[in-house]
Design a protein around this ligand. Structure first.
Ligand code: SAM
Ligand code: SF4
Length: 397
C-alpha cells in the first residue's frame, strides 16, 4: 500500500513525493495516517536536514548530540563516557574480501534466521534513541547486500530522537541504491577505497571493482550525500605509496580522506603490513600545509587536518599508535542481535533471544544499561593482538 494514498493526503506535493520513493515499509507493518504525514514531513525536513546544507562537509560538534528537545536518561558508562552513537550491522555478508577484514573462502556467515529483522532492529534503535543515542550508522559486512535497506532507513528516520543516519559501504552497489537511500534519510556516507589503481584494488579486495565504486561515489555526490568520506586502510608496501594521489583525488572531488591503521581484528587483521600513521601525517602536513582542525567532524575517532583554504581535509584514525578510547562514544549491534561494547575486546550482550521472548521496552532498556556497564576502558589490540577472533565484518566495523 502506498501510504500517500492511504492517508488521503491532499497536497499533491506530498503524494508525488511518496509516489516517487514508493514507501512500502517492511511487511507486515502498515502505516496509519499520522505516520504517513510524519514520514512525509520528515522527508521534507528530515531530522538530519542540516547535513545537507554545507557543500563541502558537515561538521557535527559532539555537543550537537545532546539536544535539549529530547530529554533522555543518557547512557554513561563506568568511565564517564556518554554513549550517543550506535553502529548497526545489517549483514555479516560481503561481496568483497578485503585482505585485512575477511579471509578468502570464508563461509562462516550467520544463519538468516538469526539475523535481526527490520522490526527488531528498529525496536533496539528506538530504545537506544530513548536513552540518548542520536546517531546511527548502518554497516556490515556490506550493508547494501541487505534487501530493502532503504525501508529500514525510512523506519529509523521516523524516530525523532535519531538525528543522523549514515552508511558505511564498499560502494559496489551504491550507484543503484543512492537515490532511494537519500530519499529515505541517509545523508552521509563513508566509502571504503584503499587505492585508485585497478590492479591494487583487485589485489586488496579480491575483485576488480574500482569502476563500480567510482560510479557509486558519483551517484552519492549526485543525489546530495554530504560529506562523502573515503576510508583508506594504509598497508605498508601495498598502497602506502598512493596516499598523496588519494589526497589529490579527494581534493578534486570534494571528498574527505580518512587514513586508517589496520587493526588485528580476527586472523585477517594480524597485518604484517601495518603502517604507523604518525610519520605519514607529518609528511602530509608538510606537503599540503595542513593544520589541525579544532572542530570535530562526526564526533568519531578520526583526528582531522585541513589546508588553509579548506579544499583538503584528511582524517587520521590511529587505533594502534594513538588510541582514542578515552572519548569512545559508541557501541555496536551485530546482525545476530549481539551488542558489542568494544571493537578490541570481547565484552558483549546478546539481545536476540530476549527480543524474541517478548521482553518489554523497560526490560530492553534495562538490558542496554547492563550492556553499557560492560563497556571496557580501552581496547587491547597492542597488548593482546590475537584476542579478537571475530572478523570486523561480524562486529560491524
Ligand atoms: N563493507 C563496508 C565498508 O567496507 O565500508 C562496511 C563494513 S567495513 C567492516 C567498515 C570499515 O572497517 C571499512 O572502512 C574497513 O576499511 C574497516 N576495516 C575492516 N577491517 C579492518 C581492520 N582490520 N583494520 C582497520 N579497519 C578495518
Ligand atoms: Fe567487505 Fe567492508 Fe570488510 Fe571489505 S572492509 S571485506 S568491503 S566488509
Amino acid at each position: 500500500m502506498r501510504c500517500g494514498r492511504a492517508a488521503g493526503l491532499s497536497f499533491p506535493f506530498f503524494v508525488d513525493l511518496l509516489e516517487l520513493i514508493e514507501i512500502k515499509f517492511y511487511p507486515p507493518k502498515e502505516l496509519d495516517d499520522l505516520a504517513c504525514w510524519r514520514i512525509a514531513a520528515d522527508l521534507v525536513t528530515p531530522h538530519n536536514a542540516s547535513m545537507n546544507t554545507n557543500p563541502s562537509f558537515h561538521s557535527i560538534p559532539l555537543s550537537a548530540s545532546l539536544d535539549a528537545s529530547h530529554p533522555t536518561s543518557s547512557l554513561v558508562d563506568r568511565f564517564g563516557r556518554q554513549v550517543d552513537y550506535l553502529r548497526v550491522s545489517v549483514t555479516d555478508k560481503c561481496d568483497l574480501r578485503c585482505s585485512y577484514c575477511m579471509p578468502k573462502g570464508f563461509r562462516g556467515f550467520e544463519e538468516p534466521e538469526n539475523w535481526l529483522n527490520f522490526a527488531e532492529i528498529e525496536r533496539v534503535v528506538a530504545a537506544f534513541g530513548r536513552m540518548g543515542v542520536r546517531r546511527v550508522r548502518l554497516t556490515g559486512g556490506e550493508p547494501l547486500l541487505r534487501k530493502n535497506l532503504s525501508h529500514l532507513v525510512l523506519a529509523l528516520s521516523s524516530h525523532s530522537e535519531i538525528e543522523d543516519i549514515s552508511l558505511s559501504t564498499n560502494a559496489t552497489q551504491l550507484e543503484k541504491h543512492a537515490e532511494a537511500l537519500y530519499a529515505a534519510g541517509v545523508r552521509r556516507v563513508n566509502v571504503s577505497l584503499d587505492s585508485l589503481d585497478r590492479a591494487c584494488v583487485e589485489s586488496i579486495t579480491g575483485s576488480d571493482n574500482l569502476q563500480q565504486v567510482m560510479r557509486g561515489l558519483q551517484a552519492a555526490k549526485r543525489v546530495g550525500m554530504r560529506p562523502i568520506k573515503l576510508n583508506m586502510v594504509v598497508l605498508g608496501g601495498i598502497n602506502d605509496h598512493e596516499i598523496k594521489r588519494m589526497v589529490g583525488f579527494c581534493m578534486e572531488e570534494g571528498f574527505i580522506l580518512r587514513l586508517i591503521e589496520a587493526m588485528p581484528v580476527g586472523s585477517t587483521g594480524q597485518s604484517s603490513q601495518f603502517r604507523d600513521l604518525q610519520p605519514i601525517r607529518e609528511e602530509l602536513v608538510k606537503s599540503f600545509d595542513l593544520q589541525p582542525m579544532v572542530e570535530e567532524i562526526g564526533g568519531g575517532p578520526a583526528r582531522y587536518w585541513s589546508n588553509r583554504d579548506g579544499s583538503s581535509t584528511v582524517g587520521f584514525i590511529s587505533p594502534m599508535s594513538q588510541h582514542f578510547c578515552a572519548t569512545c562514544n559508541r557501541v555496536r549491534l551485530g546482525v545476530d542481535g549481539t551488542l558489542y561494547m568494544c571493537l578490541g575486546q570481547n565484552s558483549q550482550f546478546p539481545l536476540r533471544q530476549r527480543l524474541r521472548d517478548g521482553i518489554s521496552d523497560t526490560e530492553l532498556e534495562q538490558c542496554i544499561r547492563e550492556a553499557i556497564e560492560l563497556k571496557p576502558e580501552r581496547h587491547e589490540f597492542n597488548s593482546k593482538p590475537t584476542q579478537i577472533i571475530r572478523f570486523m565484518s561480524q562486529t560491524g566495523g
